[in-house]
Design a protein around this ligand. Structure first.
Ligand SMILES: NC(=O)c1ccc[n+]([C@@H]2O[C@H](COP(=O)([O-])OP(=O)(O)OC[C@H]3O[C@@H](n4cnc5c(N)ncnc54)[C@H](O)[C@@H]3O)[C@@H](O)[C@H]2O)c1
Length: 329
């Protein structure tokens, strides 16, 4: 049985991917410092959790000496764009600095296969849509830049010591597992769908729509919403590719279809049957009008097709999860 180390596996996307890896027949170990992750998010009894920081090089070296890993997935990182603008060094220190130390330990242990959580934020403000991987990357905030720097680090490691990597550039991750055992639990929450559902539950006065004068059909921002279980499947396929000796790859993981903020709110009203109070605010700086993936490369190179990302299904799964969290709090 091949053994996969999942750094950041107690977080939102990582925990869904851990379940998909176990289902696919992999042995899985999670490395997470639990700063933002949750022990409850690791639901499979067979999975071992190592509560350490990926930047603790001595502990990482010891871990790689004790255990044999066939490949690594790295989800570990800070994710809040707004915070990265206020405190860029926090982002470079973790998303680049500690992640580089982690790579040093991998190099020493001769573990040379890595799947990395990259992001559509590495593209910046792109005029053309849908976005292909050949588009120039000019991220507009420290979060996006930290992720792009790490993509470069991985390229350089391939030249120097043969590291093979798959960088998955996610669009907007959303939804929850169909059995509502795990779902999105960020603190603070900044993502649209959970915030809309908090408003539906009455836990938030209203949802604020930032900008209604964008050059989009209804004037609000358009994004590509990808179900977290479809993202998880892309990671399993990326691991398979590397274990089969495949080449490095950087590809978008999105659906190819965009939904506006207003469309998300309307769908959430339909799915929940609740009134959702809306307030309108000014545009936020750095919010491009439209971010939609061209997912052709993931389809041809990984044989990946999203099956869970129908927007009603996304919101229904997130709603079931939100109700469960609300009832237990
Ligand atoms: N959520 C999205 O829509 C989205 C979109 C694009 C890219 N991404 C990327 O995907 C990855 C996962 O995102 P998420 O939404 O699951 O975030 P998350 O915060 O839920 O998960 C990240 C996990 O990494 C852990 N972690 C952070 N730094 C660590 C360190 N130094 N050592 C050990 N563990 C550490 C946290 O405790 C957490 O469990 C992130 O790298 C993020 O940048 C997310």
């Amino acid at each position: 049985m091949k053994h996969i180390l999942v750094a950041g596996g107690a977080g939102y996307i990582g925990s869904h991917t851990v379940r998909a890896l176990v289902k696919a027949g992999y042995k899985v170990t999670v490395l997470d410092n639990l700063e933002y992750g949750h022990e409850w998010a690791i639901v499979d009894q067979s999975v071992t959790l190592i509560k350490e920081d990926m930047g603790d090089i001595a502990k990482m070296k010891a871990m790689f000496q004790t255990e044999t890993f066939d490949a690594v997935i790295n989800f570990a990182g800070y994710i809040n764009v707004g915070e990265s603008v206020k405190d860029p060094l926090k982002y470079y220190e973790n998303n680049v600095g500690r992640a580089v130390k982690f790579l040093q330990a991998m190099q020493e242990a001769k573990v040379d296969k890595l799947v990395f959580s990259s992001t559509c934020a590495t593209y910046g403000e792109i005029e053309t849509t849908p976005i292909t991987e050949s588009e120039s990357q000019h991220p507009i905030n420290p979060y996006g830049r930290s992720k792009l720097v790490y993509e470069y680090v991985l390229d350089d490691c391939e030249v120097a010591w043969g590291l093979k990597s798959v960088c998955l550039r996610y669009f907007n991750a959303c939804g929850a597992s169909a059995d509502a055992l795990i779902g999105e639990a960020h603190t603070p929450e900044t993502h649209l769908i959970p915030l809309v559902l908090e408003a539906a539950l009455g836990e938030r006065e209203h949802i604020t729509v930032y900008g209604t004068d964008y050059p989009t059909p209804d004037g609000t921002c358009v994004r590509d919403y990808i179900h977290v279980d479809d993202l998880a499947d892309a990671h399993v396929l990326a691991v398979n590719r590397l274990l089969e000796g495949g080449s490095s790859l950087k590809c978008n993981v999105g659906t190819g279809t965009g939904f506006s903020v207003k469309e998300i709110i309307e769908t959430a009203k339909r799915v929940t049957g609740k009134d959702i109070p809306v307030a309108y605010g000014k545009r936020r700086e750095g919010d491009p009008p439209e971010l939609v993936a061209n997912p052709t490369l993931a389809n041809t190179e990984l044989n990946w097709t999203p099956t869970q990302s129908n927007i009603e299904n996304v919101i229904r799964s997130a709603w079931n999860w939100a109700k469960k969290v609300s009832a237990s709090s």
